[in-house]
Design a protein around this ligand. Structure first.
Ligand code: MN
Length: 236
């Protein structure tokens, strides 16, 4: 599998509160929130928890357990220091096992599947506008510029109970996966993302051009992107 990962401060923020992991058949992006760099701590604690998860023999169960442990770790860290009170993070993770991709997701970072020049979102946003879109009250483009687009309905660190979306997709050769945080999505629309993914043969070109596009339009937020190309050999 060919993978490229990039995280970028953007052009406005002083701290990068996003985190990512690539390795051990696992890809993760997380987008932390909370004042005074607490978001940075939340996303790092969550990603460190899942990337150190010891047992992947049953991937779906492992993802659920790792997300639960990550939630507890963020809450425990927040309880240690009042500077971290209320911090939280999104997390989107996928784990490869043969042609099955196990996906776990909380928040408004996203996993996309790019297949035969078509881009489709695998995850649903856990945000106010995401829920409105799901019941048909808001179009994709209205949602993208909505003033409340950053208000999450689910996040790690928000409470002891965590609902995790778990799903599985069957991969095909030449599939391309895109994991990203909202720093890309709020700046670059899906048609453009699709165009860039279709135009760039190498994953590293795609990540570089996507980050460039987000910064070109203002780079209001941290931008984190993972692009992974699936080959026939990966699916055996
Ligand atoms: Mn963000």
């Amino acid at each position: 599998m060919l993978v490229s990962a990039l995280t970028d401060l953007g052009r406005v923020r002083r701290v990068n509160e996003d985190a990512l992991h690539v390795g051990g058949d696992l890809l993760v992006v997380a987008d932390g929130m909370g004042g005074h760099a607490a978001g940075e701590v939340a996303s790092q604690v969550a990603v460190a928890t899942i990337s150190a998860w010891p047992d992947w023999s049953l991937p779906a169960q492992a993802l659920r357990a790792a997300f639960t442990a990550a939630n507890e770790a963020v809450l425990a860290r927040a309880a240690q220091d009042t500077a971290y009170t209320g911090m939280g993070t999104t997390m989107t993770a996928c784990y490869f096992r043969g042609d099955q991709l196990f996906v776990a997701h909380v928040g408004d970072s996203r996993l996309y599947l790019h297949r035969q020049h078509e881009l489709s979102a695998v995850t649903h946003d856990h945000s106010v506008v995401g829920e409105l879109m799901r019941i048909g009250g808001l179009s994709k483009e209205e949602a993208r510029v909505h003033p409340q687009r950053n208000v999450l309905t689910r996040a790690l660190g928000a409470g002891v109970h965590l609902d995790v979306d778990l799903l599985t997709i069957t991969l095909r050769p030449a599939d391309r996966l895109l994991l990203c945080t909202d720093g890309l999505l709020n700046m670059v629309n899906e048609a453009e993302i699709n165009q860039i993914l279709s135009a760039c043969k190498a994953p590293a070109d795609a990540t570089a051009r996507l980050v460039h596009a987000a910064n070109d339009r203002g780079g209001f937020d941290n931008i984190t992107i993972i692009v992974a190309d699936i080959t026939k050999e990966d699916l055996a």
